[in-house]
Design a protein around this ligand. Structure first.
Ligand code: NDP
Length: 288
């Protein structure tokens, strides 16, 4: 297997704390715990070097198992996890972070995020949670720290009340939800934007604008949408349980979209109507 030449094709995005993240990775949301090691092993073999998991996905063990077994140096694989919504209070967050490291079997995680701001829970106090994540960064067990699903007002509050800004903000972002305000705020404040559900869980792939571009370029609709994400500078980690799609989603660096195609995909934005997941302002679900 010839790993190195394929892997170096993936650009890195510099983070505001001096670290860097591969722009393309592999997401494991909704992959069963018992299937996760196999799926992540497949992705690592294809050349992915960034894996996105979360405490709430209940599959960190499988991610750790695959990364530890793959024969690539730990330092060359970038692993992200996220705090369970149940554990925002500082003492709970500390325990939960310890549990993440032991589930992964790692001494450190590359990136640890607050999964949801939950502004209607915990007296709206995501600031204490953010300050707790800074402890993990300071003691070196989280190389980078960030947030997920933070809206502009949530980021503003961190800016006003905290010394350190997140390295990344991971939000729903795809052709039907460009999330323009959040993306612009991230960009203006040195926060890298990670696009979750980068192909909208497949919903956008039948859009005639996208299929027409795909047909013209001889690419798949998923490759066109992921390439659009890459050209916008977004960090992506499409999920797939299908080996052929895992390979397909990695083949993004031998073609480009012209500006007219980028503009045509941008024009598919439906604003809030394009959102497929919960609205972060009201999302208050705690796992069972
Ligand atoms: P994606 O946009 O990555 O879409 C995944 C779906 O698309 C699966 O049903 C998959 O099917 C299908 N698919 C994948 N590749 C192709 C392809 N080439 N052609 C056709 N269909 C394809 O959705 P996710 O919601 O999984 O988002 C990606 C990652 O983002 C997650 O895994 C997770 O890591 C992260 N995320 C974070 C959230 C947060 O709140 N921070 C919320 C949601 C996701 P199949 O598996 O059957 O191949």
């Amino acid at each position: 297997m010839n790993r190195v030449p394929r892997t170096v094709l993936v650009p890195s995005i510099a983070l505001n704390d001096g670290h860097a993240i591969p722009q393309l990775g592999f997401g494991v949301f909704q992959i069963d715990p018992e299937d996760t090691a196999e799926a992540v092993s497949e992705a690592l073999e294809v050349g992915y070097r960034q894996i996105d998991t979360a405490q709430m996905y209940r599959n960190e063990e499988g991610v750790g198992e695959a990364v530890r077994a793959c024969g690539v140096d730990r330092a060359d694989v970038f692993v992200t996890s996220k705090l369970d919504n149940r554990f925002h209070r500082p003492a709970d967050a500390r325990r939960a972070f310890d549990a993440t490291l032991s589930a992964l079997g790692f001494e450190y995680v590359d990136l640890f995020l607050i999964h949801w701001p939950l502004p209607t829970l915990y007296d709206g106090d995501f600031v204490s949670t953010w300050n707790t994540l800074q402890e993990f960064h300071q003691d070196g067990r989280a190389r980078s720290i960030g947030v997920s699903n933070f809206q502009v007002e949530h980021l503003r509050r961190l800016g006003a009340e905290c010394d350190v800004m997140p390295a990344v903000n991971q939000v729903e972002l795809h052709p039907y939800l460009l999330n323009r305000d959040v993306h612009a705020y991230d960009q203006a404040h040195g926060i890298a934007t990670q696009a979750w559900s980068p192909i909208a869980q497949g919903i956008v792939l039948g859009d005639p604008v996208i299929t027409a571009i795909a047909d013209r370029l001889g690419r798949s609709p998923a490759q066109v949408v992921l390439r659009w994400q890459i050209q916008h500078g977004n960090i992506v980690f499409p999920k797939s349980r299908t080996p052929a799609r895992i390979r397909e989603n990695f083949e993004l660096f031998d073609f480009q979209l012209g500006s007219r195609d980028v503009d045509a995909i941008d024009a598919l934005d439906r604003g809030e109507a394009g959102r497929t997941g919960p609205n972060p302002d009201t999302m208050a679900n705690l796992p069972d």
